[in-house]
Design a binder for this molecule. Structure first.
Ligand code: SAH
Length: 242
């Protein structure tokens, strides 16, 4: 799934620790995001902020600062809130992966904001009312509140993941071996296991079924199966030399 990162804005509401703002900027940059908006922040252009931003100082330099959340999301289509807990006011909730997919899709059409709350108290109900839904990162029920920058990191990473192909294996895949070839391998395997006294066709139990389950699960490619066949042939050869 594609993402238009320049359309994704991270909004931090009334952050009180400048270090968290720096760490959030770093988290964003590692995942290719750069639009950071602050609502009524503390004095943030501090040594600690830039130190925690590490190489992401340019995001701090380009921050936009706003008096209210409404101002920070004025030009935004989709606004997603984040929270450590279920709120007293029930609000539509999106599982993290679905939220990332929704954000990615919306970013192709216009601006999207992901809103993070205060370190101590999160978002107010009025701020929540500006959000179409709420993203809650699954966490320990007894200790569900992540550090603000850690929450920014996880959400940004989920956006990165939404963009990856479904299965990274698919990229490196070689052509899978054909079933007939796989059958020849199983026959060969049975013969060799019998030769070395590991397999008794008169008392087969579940050995071949288990072997089939193991190798079928691996979905061997043509070249991998050639290697396996080569190993079996070499074992037979070795035994004959004996
Ligand atoms: N005591 C506050 C916690 C604030 S933590 C509360 O109960 O809301 C600061 C911010 O980090 C939160 O407002 C939210 O934006 C984000 N955050 C922390 N833990 C999170 C989680 N498990 N899921 C989603 N966002 C989280």
């Amino acid at each position: 799934m594609k993402i238009d990162r320049k359309n994704i804005r991270i909004v931090l509401v009334e952050t009180t620790h400048a270090g968290n703002i720096g760490a959030a900027a770093r988290a964003m940059k590692t995942m290719g995001l750069s639009d950071l908006a602050l609502v009524s922040p503390c004095a943030y252009k501090t040594y600690e902020c830039y130190a925690r931003a590490s190489g992401a100082g340019e995001i701090i330099d380009a921050v936009t600062s706003h008096a209210t959340l409404q101002d920070a999301v004025g030009d935004v289509g989709l606004v997603i809130g984040t929270s450590a807990r279920l709120r007293s006011l029930a609000w539509p909730q999106l599982p993290t992966v679905e939220a990332a997919q929704k954000i990615a899709a919306a970013s192709l059409l216009g601006k999207v904001a992901i809103v993070f709350g205060r370190e101590r108290s999160g978002l107010t109900n009025d701020e929540l009312a500006l959000c179409s839904s709420l993203l809650i990162i699954p966490s320990n029920e007894q200790f569900s509140s992540l550090n603000l920058a850690a929450a920014v990191q996880i959400v940004s990473y989920e956006l990165m993941r939404a963009e990856l192909p479904d299965s990274p294996l698919a990229v490196a895949a070689e052509s899978p071996a054909e079933q007939a070839e796989l059958e020849r391998f199983y026959e060969h395997l049975a013969v060799v296991m019998e030769e070395i006294g590991y397999y008794d066709p008169a008392n087969p139990r579940l050995l071949m079924t288990r072997m089939r389950r193991l190798f079928n699960r691996a979905e061997p490619s043509v070249s991998e199966l050639q290697v396996l066949r080569g190993v079996l042939a070499q074992m037979q050869k070795g035994r004959r030399v004996d």
